[in-house]
Design a protein around this ligand. Structure first.
Ligand code: NIG
Ligand code: FE
Length: 391
């Protein structure tokens, strides 16, 4: 197996407090050694051991690769017109999802796979080295089955978003749709997925329906995650905590009881400010969540309706400017926080034994991700120890 040493790192974010300062475990003038797909050594540049390949980073910052916990990449078509209408004042409602259900059902497997590949390449250039992918634009047994199978070609983190919105043939019959999901869709699709997700929201699925879908998923070995409290205060957060979901995502319209429930449970709150930006929704109160001790992750939520971006640096900039997270909190949330939301211990940090997933910036510190919004700062990406993309 070949070794690589990253030399002359200005600021190294390890996310391991045992290796450096603060929760981000920051070291200056550092070096990192990869052996094959794993990190084997972290230390001072002056003490770096020799390796087969040396990469001189000239004082750049190095961070763990971003862990993207929330993306909807298996779809066809776009909704640029819906976006333009929204920017003239039309509200966002869950119904737009049906537009993408129609185009996705009509697409070939090859077209759907090409769309996933295009967006994953974009995401990798923006520094995401682990990406969760949801289904959710089929909303019929065979259409969801092909979506999870296509997603599974590219990631181990496949989510069956079985109940996104009732499809047209179930209009006004959400209970019947949920019964079909539990009896037919979940048994068919569960072998190809790790996670079960539901959109618990007005216009999508209510508490009882969401509970039924998540419980059926759990019975088939899937672990729950929830789209909750995106557009209105509702039962999503409480349901997620009650069922021990790995994550509840959006978490915009929450009350004190929701925050307390998150603080007392194991469910990560995944904030998706790109969706709030593109829907002109309110932003989540990240300060209230963090100050209560809730574990917070950040995701880009790439989808054609609410957040057509794969760019976590953009979301970090939003999180700092609009959600009042500190740059350190936002960077942690997009790396270690994402790993927690996916219950992964091998990614989201750089310490011996971790996967060698890392990025370097054309900047001396991670703070520049928020300080220089919109600038493509990522100069190097390593995934499993190999150079993956360079701008
Ligand atoms: O994460 N909230 C529901 N799902 C997506 C939106 C999907 C769409 O509008 O196509 C989201 O925002
Ligand atoms: Fe989503």
């Amino acid at each position: 197996m070949s070794t690589t040493v990253l030399r002359d790192i200005g600021t190294l974010v390890t996310n391991d407090p045992a290796l450096g300062e603060g929760p981000l475990g920051i070291r200056r003038d550092a070096a990192v050694v990869f052996d094959g797909a794993h990190v084997v050594w972290i230390g001072d540049d002056a003490a770096a051991p020799p390796a087969d390949t040396a990469v001189e980073l000239g004082g750049r910052a190095v961070l763990p690769g971003f862990v993207e916990t929330h993306s909807h990449l298996v779809f066809a078509g776009d909704r640029a017109e819906e976006f333009a209408a929204r920017m003239t004042g039309q509200p966002y409602g869950a119904g737009g999802i049906r537009t993408t259900i129609a185009t996705t059902r009509a697409a070939t497997d090859a077209q759907l796979a090409a769309n996933v590949e295009r967006l994953l390449a974009e995401s990798l250039r923006a520094g995401s080295t682990t990406v969760e992918i949801k289904s959710g634009y089929g909303q019929a047994v065979e259409d969801e089955w092909r979506s999870v199978r296509i997603a599974g070609r590219y990631t181990d983190e496949v989510t069956l978003l079985a109940a996104h919105v009732p499809p047209p043939e179930y209009a006004g019959r959400a209970d019947d749709y949920v019964a079909m999901v539990c009896a037919e869709m979940i048994p068919r699709c569960a072998p190809a997925a790790r996670w079960i997700d539901v959109f618990c929201e007005q216009g999508a699925f209510d508490r009882d329906q969401a509970h039924a879908v998540l419980s059926a998923g759990i019975a088939h070995g899937l672990v729950p995650r929830v789209h909750g409290n995106q557009l209105h205060q509702g039962p999503g957060v409480q349901l997620a905590v009650e069922l021990g979901a790995a994550s509840v995502d959006h978490v915009v319209h929450v009350n004190r009881a929701d925050i307390d429930a998150l603080a007392g449970g194991d469910t990560v709150a995944t904030l998706l400010p790109g969706a709030d930006f593109c829907t002109r929704n309110r932003y989540p109160d990240a300060r209230a969540l963090l100050d209560a001790g809730v574990t917070v992750a950040l995701g880009a939520d790439c989808n054609p309706g609410t957040s057509y971006t794969t760019n976590l640096p953009f979301c970090i900039a939003l999180a700092v400017r609009e959600l009042r997270m500190t740059p350190d909190e936002a960077v942690w949330a997009a790396t270690a926080g994402g790993a927690k939301a996916l219950r992964r211990t091998d990614v989201g940090h750089l310490s011996p034994g971790a996967r060698a997933d890392a990025i370097a910036l054309d900047a001396p510190s991670h703070v520049h991700l928020a300080y220089r919004p919109g600038v493509p700062l990522i100069s190097h990406v390593w995934r499993g120890g190999a150079p993956a993309a360079t701008n």
